[in-house]
Write a new protein. Sequence first.
Length: 243
Amino acid sequence: MVILKRIWNSIINFIFPQQCCICKDFLGIDGAICLSCVSKFDLITEPKCSCCGFPFEFKIKDSNKALLCPKCLKKSFKFDKACAAVRYDDFSKKLILPLKHGDKTQYAKSIANLMARCGTELAKQSDYIIPVPIHLTRMLKRKYNQASLICTHLSKIYSKPVLYTTLLRSKSTQSQGHLSSQERKKNVSGVFVIKNNSEIKGKNILLIDDVFTTGATVNECAKVLKQNGVKKVFVLTFARVVK
Ligand SMILES: [Zn+2]
Ligand SMILES: [Zn+2]
């Protein structure tokens, strides 16, 4: 039966390439995810750090208290609040990696839909949405910035404008993939610049990226945004590495 279903899906998807991004079942909508796959994401829920959104494994008795993780107790981050929709794991990778490295730009819509609910409160307080930028050389190779694609969809959902070219990456850096926490910090230090700070002065920004790993990249962006007069920086990512 499973083999027959696979053959049937292959035929249907060849004729109508509108399948679930993950299980490849026919859906009739391009870049969508079926309900069965949606239910398999490991959503990040309470209890979590009230600043960076790091999920805690234990229940807290006094739930009215604002909880902070060790990093946020040390005030390690320049952004004001961060939120991620799901944990970064083998399942969420099935959406992220094809969008990032496999030209599956249509996946950005599903990712934005999954991010939308967890970012509602942050979006309400924001004036503009800004994507974490990639360097021109990577842009020429990849042809798109996945964070910008996600921003385009979030902009429609939240009815907030996107500033695509205000925050730029001036230096090409090595991929953060296999770097330690300290190396990541060093790798992104001083690589972001602001092109025109008049439109962001005194404003609140919702910064968008696909994955929050150690927070080094979004933290460096937040630092530069604040140096250029931004009041508050909120961070919304699709996935978060939890370890
Ligand atoms: Zn599916
Ligand atoms: Zn924290």
